[in-house]
Design a binder for this molecule. Structure first.
Ligand SMILES: CC(C)(COP(=O)(O)OP(=O)(O)OC[C@H]1O[C@@H](n2cnc3c(N)ncnc32)[C@H](O)[C@@H]1OP(=O)(O)O)[C@@H](O)C(=O)NCCC(=O)NCCS
Length: 167
């Protein structure tokens, strides 16, 4: 299996729509519109042009030549400027094959090499075991559990805060 990351472009727009409409939103914030339309994809692809390579990294996860997922590292502002937030989603058809683990390794390496950051963080819904394993397998440390920090679909969730330091 060939797994690589590619900068998002207009050519990959259908892939972005496929990923966002084919994932599981249970443990995601409400940032990804549902259903995810062509207009949503146009807006996002245009928005990231401004930030990619400067304040963050925005990459398609390509598996054997096909778009399988989206992985991002978003810069922060103010006192948080040396920290950046990692996020990822895969279309369900690609789950359970180690793809997010490899994609995370690749984007973390690139981020620490190219962005002016000291740390990468991620907040995960406590029951999202797959996502927590992806982070743990990539050397992220559990820095704390934020009790009842998220409310989704009528239920409160703890958020697990993970971090990885440069070097
Ligand atoms: C989270 C997500 C990206 C994981 O992608 P993936 O490519 O399937 O993950 P990987 O195969 O690299 O690794 C998953 C790990 O979790 C484990 N895992 C997967 N599903 C699991 C489950 N339901 N319960 C327990 N462990 C599970 C796998 O066994 C593997 O660990 P292991 O190598 O120790 O066996 C994918 O499930 C997804 O897109 N989820 C919806 C979006 C989302 O929640 N994103 C994260 C927001 S923080």
């Amino acid at each position: 299996m060939d797994i690589r990351l590619e900068k998002w472009s207009e050519d990959l727009k259908d892939g972005l729509i496929y990923v966002c409409n084919g994932t599981d939103r249970r443990y995601l914030t409400g940032r990804i519109p549902e259903p995810y339309t062509e207009a949503d994809a146009d807006w996002w692809l245009n928005m990231i042009k401004e930030y990619d390579g400067k304040d963050g990294l925005y990459r398609a996860i390509i598996v054997d030549g096909e778009v399988a997922g989206n992985i991002t590292i978003e810069g922060k502002k103010d006192i948080y400027v040396k920290d950046a937030e990692l996020g990822y989603v895969l279309n369900k058809e690609y789950w359970g094959r180690g793809i997010a683990t490899v994609a995370t390794r690749l984007i973390v390496e690139e981020a620490f090499m190219t962005l002016d950051i000291a740390k990468i963080s991620s907040e995960v819904f406590a029951p999202n075991v797959a996502s927590r394993r992806v982070l743990e397998k990539n050397g992220f440390a559990l820095e704390g559990v934020l009790k009842n920090a998220a409310f989704k679909d009528g239920r409160l969730y703890d958020l697990c805060r993970y971090g990885k330091l440069k070097g």
